[in-house]
Design a protein around this ligand. Structure first.
Ligand SMILES: [Zn+2]
Length: 306
């Protein structure tokens, strides 16, 4: 079922050329609530998801990467139905999210077996169906460095990456922990050009971003619209600095919608915030439509194809 050069979506294999604007790190169905106890952190309403995603058609977006892992409330059947009802190309994640979310079984499962579980989800299907995951992640870190379990999950993910050719996507949130993630992945022999370091815009430090880029990985600004972490004006300034330094082909954008308050139904900015408010900020800073297309069309096509 797996095929090199193709993008693996919940509705099957897709030629990269058919992808329009694509969000590289989103959630449609997810559950932080079971760990945080905050009901704002639960997205489990399929009809609501379909209604919220409707805005994407109007801005030329044809798909998104849904990086919810099973320990974070992934629901492949719902995702597949949402993809069918909206016509979007949805790439589904596999793996384990970060320490507080891990099932107890992680500690009793050898690294190789963790890798095998991911490989099976990427190549054979999930939950007894033929729906396959199309990306590894989001594989994260909870704090400023990886816990022992997080390191082991990341090493397993690296082995799944090498076995399949699928992209590996991380969140490195609020700390420059992406450098540590990359070092481990390189130790495991992963080609950095198959790695996305996510949440880079939660830690706006130019030297950090350049360290990730120089190592050959993608820098992802994927919390656009999450103004309690950083104002979008600061995000735009940091992104423009990287564009001006010539890194356009290694940058990805998204908005990590995962709270009810992120959705338009609850007064949030919704799934189109990258293409509306944030694009306006980039336009005002002199970024060209061609550069926006590279970050949101060409780069996703390249990085998502196995
Ligand atoms: Zn996320």
């Amino acid at each position: 079922m797996a095929q090199a050069g193709m993008i693996h979506t919940v509705r099957g294999l897709v030629d990269p050329a058919v992808l329009g604007r694509t969000l590289a790190h989103e959630h449609v169905i997810c559950d932080f609530y079971r760990v945080t106890g905050n009901l704002n952190h639960l997205l489990n309403d399929e009809d609501l998801a379909v209604a919220e995603l409707d805005v994407l058609g109007g801005v030329g977006a044809t798909g998104l990467v849904e990086v919810t892992t099973p320990d974070f409330g992934r629901d492949p059947a719902k995702l597949r139905r949402v993809a069918e009802r909206t016509g979007l190309h949805i790439v589904m994640g596999t793996g384990w999210y970060r320490q507080p979310y891990y099932p107890e079984s992680i500690d009793r499962t050898p690294t190789e077996a963790l890798a095998r579980q991911m490989i099976a989800e990427l190549t054979q299907g999930v939950d007894g169906t033929e729906t396959c995951a199309g990306i590894i992640g989001e594989i994260g870190a909870h704090g400023s460095s990886l816990t022992a379990q997080e390191e082991r999950v990341l090493r397993a993910a690296a082995r799944a990456q090498r076995a399949t050719g699928a992209t590996l996507t991380t969140p490195a949130s609020m700390y420059p922990v992406g450098v540590e993630q990359l070092a481990i992945l390189r130790e495991e022999g992963v080609d950095p050009s198959r790695v996305i370091i996510g949440h880079c815009d939660t830690y706006l430090d130019r030297e950090y971003h350049l360290a990730v880029l120089r190592a050959g990985a993608y820098v992802q600004f994927d919390t656009v619209g999450r103004v309690h972490m950083n104002p979008d004006e600061r995000r735009a300034d940091a992104l423009v600095a990287l564009l001006r330094a010539g890194w356009t082909e290694r940058l990805l954008l998204s908005s990590d919608r995962c709270h009810r308050s992120d959705l338009k139904a609850f007064g949030g900015a919704g799934y189109d915030v990258v293409f509306t408010r944030f694009f306006d900020m980039l336009n005002a800073r002199g970024i060209s439509p061609a550069e926006l297309d590279i970050m949101t069309i060409e780069n996703p096509r390249r990085v998502l194809a196995w």
